[in-house]
Design a protein around this ligand. Structure first.
Ligand code: DOR
Ligand code: ZN
Length: 286
């Protein structure tokens, strides 16, 4: 048996929820990871400094004495430079959701207009606050991410000093785009490295594999595995582990989200080994 040591494994996209769910799941991430970027899509979303500080405390309480760094985020809306300056030291990024695109994103951005959003995005650039984006349009479900590529491109050009993270990429088009501009980066989940739409809906419908963006085609998965296992510095692991109560997954009207936190590190290790890329796992995970 081979022992693998990973330094500082990070999950750069994690949903920890709140209340009883938080208490139940946070220890499962703090057990395997040394830190995570915590998504702000609670109800209501995290959008003030006090909410960031209070949520971080609830997370630290939930993990007990485990050493784990919850890197906090704010839910994107137009913020003033003064506000961003005041909250800067409490957050690691701001997460932008197009309005209504996924779970608890109703208060997101209606139109991503580089002129209207410029004051906030310029301030983020100047303060070196990265922008994480859920990159989907509300078009046909298999085309939503690809249709969003022009928005990433426009933002990357308009705000060249802003670090933009293309969250949970699922397509070969996104793999191409992330490499085209210096200020674009991407996270990749474990499920999108493993499954395609066939696994979700090709046989009996699998609600626990349903997430947004939905898993795509074989050639998309191949492109994701190739870049993840290549040691490319533009991509990193972000599980998007997103638990819902069983009653929300196993009913008619299944909530989007795949819960992978307890097994993602082990499954990634298997995948990298299968691809003869164990030496690249450290780079992807941290
Ligand atoms: O499947 C998803 N679930 N995708 C998201 O973007 C949000 C997440 C959630 O919060 O449940
Ligand atoms: Zn997410």
């Amino acid at each position: 048996m081979q022992t693998i040591t990973l330094n500082n494994p990070l999950d750069m996209h994690l949903h920890l929820r709140d209340d009883n769910m938080l208490k139940l799941i946070a220890p499962l991430s703090s057990k395997d990871f040394s830190g995570a970027l915590i998504m702000p899509n609670l109800v209501p979303p995290i959008s003030t400094k006090d909410e960031v500080i209070a949520y971080k405390k609830r997370i630290l309480d939930a993990i007990g004495y485990d050493t784990f760094n919850p890197m906090m985020t704010l839910f994107f809306k137009p913020y003033s430079k003064e506000f961003l300056q005041s909250v800067k030291d409490e957050i690691s990024a701001i997460k932008l959701y197009p309005a209504g695109i996924t779970t608890n994103s109703e208060g997101g951005v209606e139109t991503i207009d580089t002129v209207a959003l410029a004051p906030t995005l310029n301030a983020m650039s100047e303060l070196n606050i990265p922008l994480c984006i859920h990159g989907e349009t509300n078009g046909f479900v298999m085309d939503r991410e690809t249709e969003f590529m022009s928005v990433y491109e426009e933002l990357a050009i308009a705000f060249p000093k802003l670090k933009i993270i293309m969250e949970h990429i699922t397509t070969k088009d996104a793999v191409k785009m992330v490499q085209k501009y210096d200020n674009l980066y991407a996270t990749i989940t474990v499920q999108h490295l493993l499954i395609t739409l066939d696994d979700v809906a090709g046989g009996m419908l699998q609600p626990h594999l349903f997430c947004k963006p939905i898993a795509k085609r074989y050639e998309d998965r191949e492109a994701l595995v190739k870049i993840a296992t290549s040691g490319n510095e533009k991509v990193m692991f972000g599980s998007d582990s997103a638990p819902h109560p069983k009653s929300m997954k196993e009913n008619c009207g299944c909530a989007a989200g795949v819960f992978t936190a307890p097994i993602s590190l082990q499954v990634l290790t298997q995948l990298f080994e299968k691809n003869n890329a164990l030496d690249k796992l450290q780079r992807f995970i941290s």
